[in-house]
Design a protein around this ligand. Structure first.
Ligand SMILES: [Zn+2]
Length: 429
């Protein structure tokens, strides 16, 4: 190797070294603990057998627990004393009445305004059904009261336990989510049009990460997102040798569990994204010799590694500033069906992280469009937040029709939601 090539190689090595060096890994460059952060978690696995949410084909209530379910709260305080709390749940969804009750109590008890409280559900299809079901109303009402009280308690505990911290954001990438829709308009008779893997359909494989550090180099809290239904497990189509009625968090539950194993003492919190039309593949019994529960663990561990890959690729500091806003937009429906008040929440952390939290089951087009329209180092688009009222199609999906368009929203549904995002944006910028 001649001198010139050796010199170029050395320059390249130095450049690579600098590029991969981040403050999270370099104690000499560690910024101050300019945030305050507190975290709390509680198990929310039903104490008795309950009907399970997510699959209409189930014939009976739960029979046991494959993995406990959790609610977790992270409370943040910026340099000016402004506070924000996010609660994640291994549950099918956050119904609006639940959100409103919890928000009201958090405002009364802790002075936390509603725009600075975000509630997100993982949409696991192996959690309890807490919408009252004929003949089993009492268990649903009791469970709903339990999770409402748990969320309020957790927000209080997280706020109480605030300690100096620093925040970093990162982005990983994970590939098991695939679009599950074929174009219904083009193939209305296609028996596979309903939830079949479609490798050229839109996806969002980004894994946004918010990490909380204190003195140690390893994170104390990891909040991470992914746009994919928690539906690795089947209901009645599971193979006969796998129990079908066990509570668990599907891939998101196993991803959180894995991260907590890899970072002992840390709390991992999953935020579901715009996964209305995204499924994990392979799923159910599609892999010979691997039962669905095992497959959910594989996906969860893959996602956990994607979080770590994102952090290793470069956790960047987040400045200690919180701005947040929330508002409803009216979504109208065809044929004089009742309209729906739909919540849109925007949260800005420093100048680095813009979080758009949409309600219910939005399709992935929203994530891709918001990331195109909003510019920030990290734009994080969550769905399943603050409301759970079924599918919210994009214009494309509403035009095509089919399963995710079943709520029958008018064709301007995407325009209305995007209009609300644009209307709210100045409040956080
Ligand atoms: Zn769903």
């Amino acid at each position: 190797m001649n001198y010139r090539r050796r010199t170029m190689l050395l320059v390249c090595v130095i450049c690579l070294g600098l590029a991969s060096s981040t403050w999270a890994q370099s104690p000499a460059k560690t910024p101050p603990l300019d945030w305050k952060a507190g975290v709390a978690s509680a198990e929310i696995t039903p104490t008795d057998h309950m009907w399970m949410a997510g699959y209409a084909g189930r014939k009976k209530p739960s029979e046991g627990v494959a993995q406990p379910l959790f609610a977790k709260a992270l409370a943040l305080e910026d340099a000016a004393g402004t506070k924000f709390a996010v609660v994640t749940l291994d549950l099918i969804g956050v119904r609006r009445e639940v959100r409103d009750k919890v928000a009201k109590e958090c405002q009364e008890k802790f002075g936390l305004p509603p725009e600075r409280l975000l509630l997100n559900a993982s949409h696991t299809h192996c959690g309890p059904e807490y919408r009252p079901r004929a003949g089993r109303e009492a268990e649903a009402i009791a469970y709903q009261a339990r999770i409402e009280q748990t969320m309020v308690t957790l927000v209080g505990k997280a706020l109480e336990s605030r300690q100096p911290a620093r925040l970093a954001y990162a982005k990983g990438r994970c590939g098991f989510a695939m679009n599950r829709r074929r174009n219904y308009a083009l193939s209305p008779e296609d028996p596979l049009a309903n939830r079949a893997p479609t490798f050229d359909g839109p996806v969002d494989h980004e894994v946004p990460v918010l990490a909380v550090y204190r003195e140690a180099k390893t994170p104390e809290v990891l909040v991470f997102g992914y746009a994919c239904h928690n539906t690795t497990l089947a209901s009645v189509t599971s193979p006969p040798d796998e129990p079908k009625y066990l509570f668990n968090g599907d891939y998101a539950g196993f991803a959180q569990e894995r991260l907590q194993q890899l970072y002992p003492g840390a709390t991992a919190m999953f935020v579901n994204g715009c996964s209305g039309d995204q499924n994990p593949y392979p799923r159910h019994s599609e892999v010979p010799g691997i039962l669905p529960l095992e497959l959910a663990k594989h996906h969860g561990h893959t996602l956990a590694l994607s979080v770590i890959a994102g952090l290793n690729a470069g956790g960047r500091p987040v400045e200690p500033a919180i701005r947040a806003t929330i508002g409803d937009v009216e979504l109208t429906r065809n044929a004089d069906k009742p309209s729906h008040q739909y919540p849109v929440q925007l949260v800005q952390l420093g100048n680095q992280l813009t979080l758009a939290a949409l309600g219910s089951e939005t399709t992935v087009d929203y994530s891709l469009r918001i990331k195109q329209e909003i510019r920030a180092p990290l734009v994080w688009v969550a769905a399943y937040s603050n409301d759970y009222s079924g599918y919210v199609p994009s214009r494309r999906v509403a035009v095509e029709g089919g399963y995710e368009a079943a709520n029958d929203f008018t064709i301007d549904v995407e325009d209305r939601i995007m209009g609300k995002v644009r209307e709210l944006l100045p409040a956080i910028r």
